[in-house]
Write a protein that binds this ligand. Structure first.
Ligand SMILES: [Ca+2]
Ligand SMILES: [Ca+2]
Ligand SMILES: [Ca+2]
Ligand SMILES: [Ca+2]
Length: 525
């Protein structure tokens, strides 16, 4: 289901979307056309004070001395090429460049008339921030975007990943979600959390635009993932696990994208686990209301990572090219997706896992205290995220079972590499274990020392290479040995009396531990 409230819940492989209603009537008006462009002047810096002939040349070209201490001159467009050529020939030119135009960096004075109603802006801390220019994209796998809506017509950096089903039926939900992420500062309607976001839209809706098939969602996630790293927003869900979507999410994570999903709107309707919200490696977003409380409909589970506003959110409406107000975790997720893309754009050295971890850890705790099933780590706090320290890298995800580790050759030690250190992180619900291939040479002792960020935080074990799984159903006989230790340090040691062979090293949170950062060193002697 897509996640506004009034939708009928669907428990089948078809995932549905729907929109709440309540029109917020607004007359959208276009701003004036672009001003005619004037050819830019040229700025030149001289290597020394100009001699007499050069002074005459500059005067004849209408040049103006901009900064005497820099010997920097501004030459009007028409005369510049000739003057620059002469100065260059005289070896007196340090550089020449076109005059550039810079945008003002004003914030909070958007003239877009509905901004005053966007109560959520202050809650997540963006009211006083200057959003960045285009950067890491937000990919929407949804019902398509109405490219003709006043917020999107002519908008730069809006890319269709497949043909978009036209309004009025298709595209209603997708257009609303897109506006929450990236409605531009254009004097019209709303402003999204990241107004210059690069938006990519995959229309995964069938027919009336309120139901999404697994295959279409998979195609959308993969199209987004193939296009390069992005934040993939999934404001959709169903309450049965879907192996196809799980694989697609895994592939998107492998390719370096961050997947964000709405937690679901069934909090007051039996609160079933919903997917993809309850898949590992998905940043799961709950919804709060205008009073800062968890929305009654917001689905609760241990998979919830953080919360964002999701009640009475002003959005663009594809039905009438106007605006409306919507509620649902569908509209909380894109606030987080836009925030993630913003953070990633200004801190491009982060990987997807680090972006997710920063958003979780920097979230503002809300009632009840501590990590909880309603809001996870708490309310999205973008200013806190932007300055949050960089967490350790957790390489090679997803690597949660032997299949992923085997297929991707996630090697820790090899025949040639017998001493290796790495960092990582395991999180009970988001990243239940890290599985790495290790080489056990004949007659040698393989050892691991693992240090965890919390006391007794880790289970470290060695499994046979033939083990079909190391998850809950693993056969006891497949486990070769288990680490021992107390405090924050676990040690594992195994002497291989047989011929050289591969094995799997498995790192998981110990019972009772939840978020564990670790460092690990493996050696062979
Ligand atoms: Ca706008
Ligand atoms: Ca999650
Ligand atoms: Ca990990
Ligand atoms: Ca893992």
């Amino acid at each position: 289901m897509q996640w506004p409230r009034e939708s009928p819940r669907r428990l089948t492989a078809v995932v549905s979307l729907a929109c709440g209603v309540a029109a917020l009537a607004v007359a959208a008006s276009h701003t004036g056309g672009a001003t005619a462009s004037v050819p830019p002047a040229t700025l030149v810096q001289l290597t020394r004070q100009p001699a007499g002939a050069e002074q005459k040349l500059l005067a004849a070209a209408g040049a103006r001395l901009v900064a005497p201490e820099l010997r920097l001159w501004r030459i009007p467009a028409g005369r510049a090429p000739g003057a620059v050529a002469v100065l260059r020939a005289s070896r007196v030119l340090a550089f020449a460049q076109k005059e550039r135009e810079y945008a003002v960096m004003a914030t909070s004075d958007f003239s877009d008339p509905l901004v005053a109603g966007e109560w959520w802006r202050a809650v997540v801390g963006v009211s006083d921030l200057t959003p960045p220019g285009p950067g890491v994209p937000v990919a929407l796998v949804d019902s398509g975007v109405s490219f003709g809506h006043p917020e999107f017509v002519g908008r730069p950096d809006l890319v269709a990943l497949n043909p978009q089903e036209p309004a009025p039926i298709g595209g209603v939900h997708g257009t609303a979600v897109a506006s929450v992420v990236g409605a531009p500062v254009n004097g019209v309607g709303l402003v999204g959390i990241y107004p210059q976001a690069v938006l990519r839209s995959y229309d995964a809706a069938i027919g009336d635009g309120t139901r999404l098939a697994s295959s279409e969602i998979v195609s959308g996630i993969l199209a987004a993932a193939r296009a390069g790293k992005s934040v993939i927003n999934l404001s959709l869900g169903a309450d049965s696990k879907d192996a196809a979507i799980e694989r697609a999410v895994g592939e998107a994570v492998r390719r370096g994208s961050l997947v964000v999903a709405a937690s679901g709107n069934s909090g007051d309707a039996g609160n079933p686990l919903t997917y993809p919200a309850a898949l590992p490696h998905v940043l799961t977003v709950a919804a709060t209301d205008t009073a800062g409380r968890v929305a009654f409909f917001s689905s609760r589970s241990s998979y919830v990572d953080l919360a964002a506003p999701g009640v009475d959110i002003p959005v663009a409406s594809a039905l009438d090219d106007g605006y409306t107000v919507e509620s649902g975790t569908s509209f909380a997720a894109p606030i987080v997706s836009g925030a993630a893309a913003w953070l990633w754009t200004v801190r491009p050295e982060l990987d997807a896992g680090q972006v997710a971890e920063i958003l979780r850890r920097s979230a503002r705790d809300v009632e009840p205290a501590g990590v909880d099933q309603a809001t996870g780590h708490g309310m999205l706090d973008l200013p806190a995220a932007l300055s949050y320290p960089t967490p350790a890298i957790d390489p090679g995800e997803p690597n949660d079972d032997v299949g992923q580790a085997r297929n991707r050759a996630l090697l820790l030690t090899t025949k040639a590499r017998t001493s290796v250190g790495t960092t990582g992180r395991v999180t009970t619900y988001e990243d239940p274990r890290d599985v790495l291939h290790v080489w056990l040479p004949a007659g040698k002792t393989f050892s691991v020392v693992a240090t965890s960020s919390v006391p007794a935080g880790l289970t470290v074990a060695l499994f046979r290479d033939s083990a079909p799984t190391v998850a809950g159903q693993a056969a006891p006989g497949d486990r070769v040995t288990l680490a021992t230790g107390g405090g924050t340090r676990s040690t594992l040691s195994f002497r291989n009396a047989k011929s050289g062979r591969w094995a799997f090293l498995v790192v998981a949170p110990a019972k009772g531990a939840r978020d564990v950062d670790y460092t690990l060193r493996a050696t062979v002697r």
